[in-house]
Design a protein around this ligand. Structure first.
Ligand code: FMN
Length: 400
């Protein structure tokens, strides 16, 4: 049966959620599932904005058929060619052979790569600033290259002042009946997943997101309809502000993240002792993560959130403990920058992980090392308490 919701009098959410998928993009754990949003505009002409992932195809087509209520589908606006949104285009054409596809030149290049149908026979190419009217609704096309694919665009509808924002402002998490951010406790239940989605998927492209935010500032936006997660129709400043923070790589919180790797508990012990000393000195926002037990997507998300990062790892066959090395590689890949950092190394015969971690962090932009590397030789000794206190003092002194 159909499972749709009204967004405005003439616009409907026709998406669906997948709670079975373990890994989004076969890499990111999604314990709370994910939604694939799509929207239908009922007007003189009928318009669909994006399709969905094949996993929800049955629900999507039931929704679409129900909303169209016997009418045909005239137009599909393709904001993003990633398969989780465009998988159903070919089936859509089988059902609605006269369908016109609206996208930019790159959209259709990609469509020809993904599909075998006669794309040119259906394509209407639009570019930045072009408009299209379906009757009462007027759609403006705004290019959003590399947010997060080159062909990505967003569509602004003039009458309803809705920004159909593609993957921008999206989040992991299935929709549970409530499709609007103001119907849920976003800050409590969604923000962590929104940050994890943004930082891991779009995090690398901060400058491109900043460009899109500048374009968005010129539009009178009443609602943001993303392709994943809740729709924003109240307090838009909240999510725009978060996007501005994340895309400018500014820390969201003055907080200390201690990420440690440990096989036999000694580096872990040092991480815990440091956290305790920081707490003694009045720091409230401290998070401690075992990099072996925490998915790297969560570590990245926290690295974007926290102002301070302490990396603690044993030396391993002359290198950095592999799970920590993987986190460092991801930090580079996702452009983590502008953080205050410190290192704690461990080694039993030749501790070099600190030096090696520092070299990798030096390749990141605007990272400030706030203290000399602290070396543990196998296990932390009582006489090292003072050096941990010294490190904690430096962290506290550098917090705003
Ligand atoms: C497979 C393996 C390789 C290691 N390689 C080195 C090394 O290259 N240099 C070194 O000084 N210690 C090396 N160690 C020793 C550990 O770094 C050391 O025991 C450290 O205290 C482990 O910390 P943990 O208790 O937090 O796991 C190695 C240990 C293991 C198990």
């Amino acid at each position: 049966m159909h499972c749709t919701r009204k967004v405005t009098d003439h616009i409907y959410w026709v998406g669906g959620s997948d709670r079975r998928l373990a890994l989004f993009e076969n890499i990111f754990p999604i314990k709370r599932g994910v939604s694939y949003n799509a929207y239908v505009v009922m007007d003189e002409k009928t318009v669909l904005l994006d399709t969905a992932d094949s996993s929800i195809s049955r629900q999507f087509f039931e929704n679409l058929t129900h909303v169209l209520d016997g009418r045909t589908l005239d137009y599909l606006i393709v904001n993003h060619m990633e398969p989780d949104h465009c998988a159903l285009i070919e089936e859509l054409l089988l059902r609605y052979p006269d369908l016109t596809l609206i996208g930019n030149a790159k959209t259709f290049q990609m469509m020809k790569q993904f599909f075998d149908f006669d794309v040119d026979a259906h394509a209407t190419v639009v570019k930045e600033g072009d408009t299209f009217s379906s009757g009462e609704h007027v759609f403006h096309f705004v290019m959003a290259p590399m947010v997060h694919w080159p062909e990505a665009m967003v569509t602004y509808e003039e009458k309803t002042k809705i920004l159909f924002s593609a993957d921008g402002f999206g989040t992991f998490g299935a929709l549970n009946g409530n499709i609007f951010a103001d119907e849920v406790d976003f800050d409590r239940d969604w923000l962590d997943d929104a940050r994890r989605y943004y930082t891991n998927i779009v995090g690398k492209y901060g400058m491109q997101v900043q460009n899109l935010l500048k374009k968005a500032a010129g539009l009178d936006i009443a609602m943001i309809c993303p392709l994943h997660g809740p729709i924003w129709r109240e307090d838009l400043g909240y999510i725009l502000d978060k996007y501005n923070t994340w895309s400018s790589y500014a820390p969201e919180d003055q907080a200390v993240m201690i990420a440690y790797a440990s096989m036999y508990g000694n580096t872990e012990n040092a991480a815990n002792v440091l956290a305790g000393i920081l707490a003694d000195k009045g720091v409230k926002k401290i998070v401690v993560y075992d990099v072996s037990n925490t998915d790297v997507s969560e570590l990245i998300s926290e690295a974007f959130r926290c102002s301070h990062i302490v990396l603690a790892a044993p030396t391993y066959n002359g290198g950095i403990y592999p799970k920590m090395e993987n986190f460092l590689a991801d930090m580079k890949a996702l452009n983590v920058q502008k953080r205050k950092v410190a290192f704690l190394e461990n080694g039993t015969w030749a501790a070099t992980s600190g030096k090696q971690m520092a070299e990798q962090v030096a390749a990141l932009k605007e990272m400030t090392v706030i203290s000399d590397t602290l070396t543990v030789k196998s296990a932390l000794k009582e006489d090292q308490y003072a050096s941990l206190e010294e490190l904690a003092d430096k962290i506290v002194a550098s917090m705003e």
